[in-house]
Design a binder for this molecule. Structure first.
Ligand code: NAD
Length: 253
């Protein structure tokens, strides 16, 4: 048995013994659905920097959105929204684990809605979702299609205000209720399954410090600053790994 197979077997038995798993996910769980992550080469950071000649943090900031909404919506449509993307085996496995009562929550930094599309009911979207949009003047709600089909800047049908996605930009605060719920879920978990995140974005990455148990598992292609805290570290693709783990556990997904 090679090292990866051995780790897959260990993860399968850790899952069998767990009753309250919380998954903590990032952009890397969606790359196998053909949505680029942020920091890898050919990731969103690189594309934005190349195209707009600015650091991505600036383009994705609240002040930039206010000053240049036309550019904000241009890159949103071109680089951030993938309406045809489908959940991959990583998302589907987490949905199956929730269905059979082993997983209590997915805490995600992703804004792509794929955990919900896969069937997970209890999802804490720390950075919001591209699928929810609202008018910054009157609060009227809109769906993603409205934003995608608008020419240039989407405007509210009721008051003419700008309609923006309910996602957390740089310089903006995370939603307090979502943060509280995510923290509680992690505090009460008996296993923390971290997948596809560089654990470099704060305050989101800091949430894993709420975990009080021993079973921290990290499945990530590249190294993270928390690799030393993991009981089990799997440097491989999340979707492929989870497919093998589910097969080993004989869980249909
Ligand atoms: P990140 O880009 O900083 O890190 C992604 C990590 O995933 C990398 O360490 C990479 O090695 C790993 N990875 C890539 N493909 C993988 C795979 N198939 N299997 C396992 N690991 C894989 O992403 P982050 O940590 O989530 O932080 C970036 C921020 O950007 C987040 O706040 C998120 O909101 C946002 N973002 C979201 C999406 C999305 O919703 N899909 C996409 C890009 C960025």
């Amino acid at each position: 048995m090679d090292e990866l197979e051995e780790k897959i077997e260990r993860l399968a038995s850790m899952i069998s013994e767990s009753k309250r798993i919380v998954a903590f996910t990032g952009a890397g769980v969606s790359t196998e659905s053909n949505i680029p992550d942020f920091r890898s080469s050919k990731g969103v950071y690189e594309s934005i920097q190349k195209e707009y000649k600015q650091p991505a943090e600036r383009l994705l900031s609240h002040s930039y959105f206010e000053a240049h909404p036309e550019i904000f919506f241009d890159y949103l449509r071109r680089f951030l929204v993938f309406p045809d993307a489908l959940p991959n085996d990583a998302h589907k496995s987490l949905a199956a684990l929730e269905r059979i009562g082993k997983l209590s929550c997915v805490v995600t930094q992703n804004i792509d809605g794929l955990h919900t599309k896969a069937g997970n009911k209890n999802v804490c979207e720390l950075h919001g979702s591209l699928y929810r949009n609202y008018c910054i003047k009157c609060g009227e709600k809109y769906d993603l299609d409205f934003v995608l089909s608008a020419k240039d800047i989407p405007r509210c049908k009721k008051c003419g205000g700008i309609v923006r996605p309910d996602v957390v930009l740089y310089e903006e605060l995370l939603d307090e209720d979502v943060m509280e719920k995510a923290a509680n879920e992690i505090i009460n978990a008996d296993m923390l399954l971290i997948m596809g995140t560089s654990l470099a974005v704060y305050p989101a990455a800091g949430f894993i410090r709420y975990f009080r148990g021993e079973n921290i598992v990290i499945i990530n292609r590249d190294a993270t600053p928390y690799d030393g805290s993991a009981k089990l570290l799997i440097k491989a693709k999340a979707g492929e790994t989870m497919r093998a783990v589910m097969n080993k556990c004989k869980i249909e997904f």
